[in-house]
Design a protein around this ligand. Structure first.
Ligand SMILES: [Fe+2]
Length: 166
């Protein structure tokens, strides 16, 4: 039976947010190859494909966290990621033939990373609060990858995509 709202605890919030990011990661996994295809520069394309592969492992880590909780992995529609990815699709539709496409794609991908960093940061803190050491380790691995990806994207923007766009 589902707990009434006033009875819900941090465990419920943790599971809720885990479902949210699980849904989001699966969406991201599908979006990245499209972004790689739309990118003009080899560097941007390679970066998106590399992160696609990382995302696959990140999904497996989330499945391990579900397992720690004794729950079957299930996603819950995440409106935020739908919106962020939708904006990325708009950029592709509107700038595909433009020299600004890579700058647009990189900025869109960074919006995704920032969302993920916010979610994984919260999940990691809550897992620590709930004394779930293995979950902390798994979530921290992914959090570090997302931060690294964000930094790489910043570098790609500075290394040429923004200048190309101008
Ligand atoms: Fe991710």
């Amino acid at each position: 039976m589902m707990a009434a709202a006033h009875e819900k605890t941090l465990d419920d919030l943790f599971l809720n947010t885990l479902k949210d990011i699980y849904y989001a990661e699966k969406k991201i996994l599908k979006a990245l190859p499209k972004m790689a295809k739309a990118a003009r520069s080899e560097q941007a394309s390679v970066a998106f494909l590399k992160h696609r592969d990382e995302t696959e492992v990140q999904i497996q880590r989330l499945e391990q966290v579900f397992e720690i909780l004794g729950k079957a992995p299930r996603g819950k529609t995440c409106d935020a990621i739908e919106g962020i990815i939708g904006e990325g699709e708009e950029i592709i539709a509107e700038f595909e033939e433009s020299p600004a496409i890579d700058a647009g794609l990189i900025a869109a991908a960074q919006a995704v990373e920032h969302y993920e960093i916010a979610r994984y940061g919260a999940l990691k803190a809550w897992a620590a609060q709930l004394n779930m050491k293995d979950a902390v380790r798994l979530l921290d691995q992914t959090l570090k990858e997302e931060i690294k990806t964000d930094e790489l994207l910043t570098k790609l923007g500075m290394a040429g995509a923004n200048a190309q766009a101008a």
